[in-house]
Design a protein around this ligand. Structure first.
Ligand code: SF4
Ligand code: SF4
Length: 120
């Protein structure tokens, strides 16, 4: 999770209620690191769903949301807009957003970078 000016609870509210998890739906590709692919398959199976992953040359994988059964991340709870594997979500999910992003209300609450010469 990036450094935010809001509490984790408020961040969850923004993602689930205000945004409705728009980065977990639609024409987006979730990039998996090589050491995340097997676990992602297993976690999906544990949830009774299927993850369709396109393997990449480096051993990682791409999850194209529009190719999935519900046209969203297979880990998304579409009723609540919550992530069903939140504590084990992939690295790119944990690190997003890193900067202001269009269409991402949470990114408006990223702790500003210190000015040059300013002590963080
Ligand atoms: S990180 Fe941004 S785009 Fe993703 S669910 Fe939260 S507010 Fe929405
Ligand atoms: S793993 Fe969770 S946080 Fe990441 S895209 Fe899927 S539903 Fe969203």
């Amino acid at each position: 999770m990036p450094d935010l000016t809001v509490s984790p609870e408020e961040a969850s509210r923004i993602c689930m209620k205000e945004c409705r998890a728009m980065c977990c739906r639609g024409p987006i590709i979730l990039r998996l690191d090589p050491d995340e692919v097997t676990g992602f398959y297993r976690l999906a199976a544990d949830l009774g769903t299927e993850a369709r992953i396109n393997r990449t040359a480096d051993g990682g994988g791409n999850v194209l949301f529009l190719d999935q059964e519900r046209e969203c991340c297979p880990m998304l709870d579409t009723a609540t807009s919550g992530c069903r594997i939140y504590d084990r979500r992939p690295r790119v999910c944990r690190e997003f957003p890193r900067k202001r992003e269009p269409g991402c209300p949470l990114s408006e609450h990223i702790t500003p970078e210190p000015e040059p010469g300013q002590t963080p």
